[in-house]
Write a protein of this length. Sequence first.
Length: 175
Amino acid sequence: MVHGDVPLVVCVSTDVALRERVVRRLDDCGTVVLCADLSELRAMLFPAESRVPAEVAPKTANGPVKLGELMIDAAGHLVTWRGEPLGLTRLERDLLGRLASPPIMVWTYEQLFDTVWGGAYLGDTAILHSAVKRLRRKLRAAEGGPVVETVRGVGYRLSFRPAPPDQRPGPAAIA
């Protein structure tokens, strides 16, 4: 600390015992802010800001998002690839919906945290990486389906695997 600055410690955890330990250990070293989740922290830091709660805010466009043979219907809680439903959780569906929403681009960690989780990015990407890993595992089952690509140090983007040679349209199909 420089020139007698007082540190600010922020602990965001749903674990009450952890928050109590933080208070006991750091109580005499500065200001300690304890919150159960990011929405509570956001409300504390920005009380005048009226935000729609993350669980109510739309994650994708108003209607279904359609990208080639991928269709994501957030309102209907359904994702299909070539007409076949994919068994995704709400979080995986929201994440895929964000990646598939126009414009198709690299979505940064910050943008994904804000739009999918409805919270501020605090530098820890473990929850995002874990969700992407589960989503990738489920998307591998979709033959020729979407792929979540990593843009190292930046975020993720959605792309599509090329169809196997026996499934590509021949010259007669193109004409």
